[in-house]
Design a protein around this ligand. Structure first.
Ligand SMILES: Nc1nc2c(ncn2[C@@H]2O[C@H](COP(=O)(O)OP(=O)(O)OP(=O)(O)O)[C@@H](O)[C@H]2O)c(=O)[nH]1
Ligand SMILES: [Zn+2]
Length: 285
């Protein structure tokens, strides 16, 4: 039978079986030394006289190191209109790293009930016309696209402290209240708590108990890989004069032409150039 690992504490594995049962299992001896299973792994399991064992880890479609989680479908970039201020530089940096990890970014704009600056309003509208799904969230109203965002998927949340990650989960699933407190603890203040690895059932999907991508670490990305991770560039890749174009100063660059034609917002191109510079000027050890 197939099942999903949703929690690992020491050697005890909690599984959701395909029949919807929640069971505790141990690893079969033969796989103990091969792949290290993580939450999100899809496994073959078996029950023999009341003892469930994990027989095999099935191939992963994505793998995140922090939080250690396999098969994550999407990362919700939780960004508030203000307090903390909306930052398109941050949205873009997160989305480059999310795409690099083989995961789909989704932008959730919180605190939309509170009003926003003209510049933030414009930045959000630009995202709404771009390649990333954007959902606006506000207090006391749950729009259908938001209500369904977790359904049937494994998600990880990311975003600054105070952006509204915990509130969002509560908003999506009020019965989740207790667990959210745990999340909050794990997120920031719980440095002394042991991070176990768990996926919570929220609003029809599974959500990692620890936010991802908080280190904004570009050390494992080179400039060519970066250009591949920019969803705004995807329609133009392969159309530049040079095969190895990094869309900076090269003549005949289809990406720069798209920026000049207003098809790619200048602010997002600038965000790309800033990360490119970061990568180009870092010291290699
Ligand atoms: N008005 C309004 N307030 C919100 C909204 N979302 C979150 N807040 C408030 O913003 C504050 C921060 O929200 P949290 O959910 O704690 O933020 P968080 O991202 O989980 O923060 P950390 O736990 O520090 O990572 C709280 O006071 C929330 O009530 C919203 O859509 N509208
Ligand atoms: Zn180019």
């Amino acid at each position: 039978m197939q099942a999903r690992i949703i929690k690992i504490v020491s050697r005890e594995y909690t599984l959701y079986t395909e029949e919807g049962m929640r069971v505790k299992a141990v690893l079969a001896g033969k796989i103990r030394l091969q792949t290290k299973p993580v939450a999100g792994d899809l496994v073959e399991c078996e029950e023999i006289s009341g003892q469930w064992t994990v027989q095999k880890i099935l191939p992963r479609k994505s793998y995140l190191i922090r939080p250690a989680c396999a098969n994550v479908d999407q990362a919700l970039i939780v960004m508030s209109t203000h307090d903390p201020e909306f930052s398109s530089a941050l949205v873009d940096r997160l989305s480059f790293l999310i795409v690099q990890a083989g995961i789909t970014p989704v932008l959730i704009v919180t605190k939309c009930d509170l009003g926003m600056s003209d510049d933030t309003k414009r930045a959000i509208e630009e995202y709404e016309q771009g390649p990333i799904q954007v959902i606006r969230s506000q207090k006391n109203y749950l729009e259908p696209a938001l209500a369904d965002v977790l359904k049937g998927k494994i998600s990880v949340l990311t975003g600054q402290s105070g952006a509204g990650k915990s509130s969002l989960l509560n908003h999506l699933d009020p019965s989740f209240h207790l667990a959210t407190q745990e999340i909050s603890k794990a997120l920031g203040r719980g440095k002394h708590t042991t991070r176990h690895n768990e996926l919570h059932a929220v609003a029809g999907g599974l959500v990692a108990d620890t936010p991802g991508f908080s280190s904004l670490d570009f050390s494992r990305m080179d400039k060519h890989e970066l250009a591949q991770c920019v969803l705004d560039f995807r329609p133009y890749l392969g159309q530049c004069r040079f095969n190895d174009c990094i869309h900076e100063n090269e003549p005949g660059c289809a990406v720069k032409e798209a920026v000049q034609a207003g098809k790619i917002p200048a602010r997002r191109y600038q965000n790309y150039l800033d990360v490119l510079k970061l990568i180009q000027t870092r010291r290699e050890y």
